[in-house]
Design a protein around this ligand. Structure first.
Ligand SMILES: [Zn+2]
Length: 114
């Protein structure tokens, strides 16, 4: 009997995951990278799957490429960085401007002989 790759429960013949986890998979694929993590959790809960099973699904690492949760979070982070424009390349001018702002000489009292 095949076991579910996510929760380890009975999955059925020729199935890699059980009915519950397949539904979670669908939701994760549909919403992953498009909504925040808490909203994604809401979507997963809407499937009616028990919360503890959702957590087992998220912690599962079926192919050794990182847990479902980590992969979803990585997707979100990438999306977020793009939205925030972090992927944009800075021009040398920008870099210089930033350096001038951050390199203001500190008015320190270091080396005060008295
Ligand atoms: Zn399962």
């Amino acid at each position: 009997m095949a076991k579910c790759q996510y929760c380890g429960e009975h999955a059925g013949i020729l199935r890699r995951s059980c009915k519950d986890c397949r539904r979670l998979e669908e939701q994760a694929r549909a919403y992953g990278g498009q909504v925040g993590f808490s909203e994604l959790l809401d979507r997963l809960e809407e499937t009616g799957v028990r919360p503890e099973k959702i957590m087992r699904f998220l912690k599962a690492n079926p192919d050794g490429r990182g847990s479902v949760r980590d992969r979803l979070t990585a997707n979100m982070t990438n999306e977020l960085l793009q939205i925030m424009g972090i992927n944009e390349r800075q021009t040398p001018d920008d870099v210089q401007r930033i350096r001038k702002i951050t390199e203001k000489p500190p008015r320190s009292n270091q080396g005060n002989p008295d």
